[in-house]
Design a protein around this ligand. Sequence first.
Ligand SMILES: *Cc1c(COP(=O)(O)O)cnc(C)c1O
Length: 397
Amino acid sequence: MINLEKEYVLATYERLPFVLAKGEGSFLYDTEGNKYLDFGAGIAVNALGHCHPDVVNAITGQAHTLNHVCNLYHTAPHAQLARMLCDLSFADKVFFSNSGAEANEAAIKFARKHARVKYGEGKTKLIAFSNGFHGRTFGALSVTDREKYQAPFRPLVPDVRILPYNDVSAVEQAMDDTVCAVIVEVVQGEGGIYPAEKGFMRALRKACDQHHALLIIDEIQSGMGRTGKLWAHEHYDIEPDMMTLAKALGGGLPIGATLMTEQVAWSIGVGDHGSTFGGNPVVASAALAVLKKVHRPELLSHVKQMGAYLVDKLSEIKTDQIEEIRANGLMVGVSLAKEAKPYYRNAHQFGILILTAGEHVIRLLPPLTVTRQEIDLFIQSFEQLLQADIKENHGAQ
Ligand SMILES: *Cc1c(COP(=O)(O)O)cnc(C)c1O
């Protein structure tokens, strides 16, 4: 299988040298029978762990009755999911797509249209932040401040300005009436687990209000209970005009959602945007099952407790490798003195799967259902991994 992939799959990813065959709860199993404790959870996708029975039942049940119809028809799961997302957030309306990048793409388009309809020409500027990540399609890439990702594909979408993250005065200076939207992560995920400061988020909300710009919060990684609140922006006592979701929402199936206020929805009409699969009945049923679980106070307080426990246990590790631990709930970054990649590449040999974020940060995103015992088990192996004499190798041989 590894050779087949090498021969036929475009090499945009470096894959680890094993083939996964099965998942159950917090564990994954490869074709050789090796077991891995998964602290990456599909990059924050498998919030309820692997093959959670509620998600499996929702998918199989819906698959038996109606798999797909296009968006020219009404279906129940689509409508019910939209209502539940609105009931549980600031939003009045939802647009469904198939990925995080697409959810942001839609948000950017809606912001441009909203500004044009309401304020006329010339209000097209998008503000985004250093070290942010919003996806790989052209619009999403244009607001993703990463030279390596952008350089090969320029020219990008015009009229984007990148400001330093967590810098209130930069925002106050740069904001004017030509800005149609500001897009921001409340906790930068790919960038290395950097939470936004309270004053910064409040300043963004204020500047957007002053200049009639929309505040788009990208909760693709931080949302769905990951930080111990259903939405990470609830830690900040502010509300966005739009919020984008993906990753955990689909329970492992592809989905993107762009949530918005009535104000924004008002400017969008029939034919302005679309998606063949958006709101697909099987995917929407899976998302309903996930949402019904993650919004519960018991689960959210479990996330807070397990997040604090994981950070405590990480802090107790006796090593000079760890420089800083940053966390919000079960979104945890372990900043190292050395490069993080070699640890990521070797972790599977210790029975654990981890992620990186940026060059020096090990990123941990266990399932939200992770138990204390699983964290203890993880810490044992993680300690051994940090102590091992890791030599630079190149992953998949
Ligand atoms: C993963 C991610 C995206 C992109 O989502 P895709 O589904 O990979 O397109 C966008 N924003 C944030 C914050 C993410 O973590």
